[in-house]
Design a protein around this ligand. Sequence first.
Ligand code: TYC
Length: 101
Amino acid sequence: MANQSTKPRTKVRVKTERPRLHKVILVNDDFTPREFVVTVLKSEFRMNEDQAYNVMITAHKRGVCVVAVYTKDVAETKATRGTEAGRSKGYPLLFTTEPEE
Ligand code: TYC
């Protein structure tokens, strides 16, 4: 068969790329009570008291703190729910998201 050796081959991709992860970021403000921030972190982000306190105090001191990374949809849902929890009590608590490098 003349064409056999020149037949193009399809390369099989062996590795599957993982979906890009997105960071949820806690933003400091001057009004939301510390204890309320800790409560939201525990309820929305499955943190224990120590983890939640450390994230809250880091945002308080530095302005922002990365809370966790998730797929895009989950990160956006959790950020919205956290922000809404503050809003429902009249606090300007803010969670944002951004893609990981
Ligand atoms: N800075 C707030 C206070 O002193 C506490 C706080 C911490 C608020 C972190 C928001 O993301 C935040 N009451």
